[in-house]
Design a protein around this ligand. Structure first.
Ligand SMILES: Nc1ncnc2c1ncn2[C@@H]1O[C@H](COP(=O)(O)OP(=O)(O)O)[C@@H](O)[C@H]1O
Ligand SMILES: [Mg+2]
Length: 281
């Protein structure tokens, strides 16, 4: 479990995180969603200690990370895996060397033991036999999987993923989302994912924190998000008219108001033009 308590962060005279509190649950995918610039990355960096917050506390399993000495922080950092936006692999290192890097930094294991562990995590992300490849030889989805393998190589208790789907097509995004979810459940990790991808929310979001201009605007689970009446959240999620209608339908259905097919047809018809690809119109 990770607790965020009244985190504040400013850059110069610009307040970027105003006052955010949240609890990221163990063994779950906790999602931070919000428009670009809403503060997701800054909040994540405050959580992992890449930024020093100007106020507030971050607690890892009850221990106050913000109040720790550098030595104590290093101990917590060993338990944190991070998948950076854009994967952040070392271009001049092979896949194997990239994944081995944290092991060389934080363990005194023999080369054989490190290599065994690298192969273990490579198998877990379905990338056996890519050891000697360089990042430039990999597809976007494969790079993310190498990033995930590197993030979990030290068996972390906490996993942070900043926009894991950026630059990926919807199908590959789904593969990455599912992999993150499976790994979270399998190893009982407290996972935090920054995203603005609504597919991810519905696929993996157990707990969802919606950020708006540096504040926590809303929190809840993926069922609650569908029925939320928060206007800013709805404007963000149901950005298209079609999705807004789908939501209205879902709410009507829930209230037992859709009694016949004609009623549903009428609602669908309202948005018909945007459902037809332009070249078929
Ligand atoms: N190192 C920095 N120095 C100054 N401003 C920053 C820095 N990092 C982020 N910001 C600002 O903080 C705000 C939130 O940024 P960010 O957390 O990256 O948003 P998100 O990840 O939600 O897209 C933005 O207005 C951004 O310009
Ligand atoms: Mg960001």
């Amino acid at each position: 479990m990770i607790e965020v308590k009244n985190i504040k962060k400013t850059f110069g005279d610009k307040t970027v995180i105003e006052d955010v509190s949240a609890v990221m649950k163990a063994g779950q995918c906790n999602l931070i969603i919000g428009a670009s610039g809403s503060g997701k990355t800054v909040l994540m960096k405050c959580m992992v200690g890449l930024f020093e917050p100007d106020g507030g506390h971050v607690l890892y399993s009850g221990q106050d990370f913000t109040a720790m000495s550098n030595e104590e922080k290093t101990e917590i950092r060993k338990e944190i895996g991070m998948l950076f936006q854009g994967s952040a692999l070392f271009d001049s290192l092979t896949v194997e060397q990239n994944i081995m890097f944290p092991l060389s930094m934080f363990t005194t294991w023999s080369h054989k033991k490190k290599l065994d562990r690298v192969n273990e995590v490579l198998a877990r992300v379905n990338l056996v036999d890519t050891n000697k490849k360089y990042p430039a030889e990999l597809s976007g989805g494969m790079k993310k999987r190498v990033g995930i393998a590197r993030a979990i190589v030290l068996n972390p208790k906490y996993l942070f993923c900043d926009e894991p789907n950026s630059g990926l097509d919807p199908q590959t995004s789904l593969v990455i989302d599912r992999l993150i979810k499976e790994i979270t459940l399998e190893y009982n990790i407290t996972t935090v994912v920054n995203t603005h991808d609504m597919n991810s929310v519905m696929e993996i979001g157990n707990y969802i924190l919606y950020m708006y201009k540096g504040n926590k605007e809303w929190e809840g689970n993926k069922k609650e998000i569908i029925f939320s009446k928060n206007q800013r959240l709805n404007d963000f999620i149901f950005a298209s008219e079609f999705l807004q209608d789908a939501k209205d339908m879902r709410m009507l259905e829930e209230a037992g108001k859709i009694s016949d097919d004609r009623n549903m047809d009428e609602m669908l018809d309202k948005d018909a033009p945007s459902l037809v690809p332009p070249d078929e119109e």
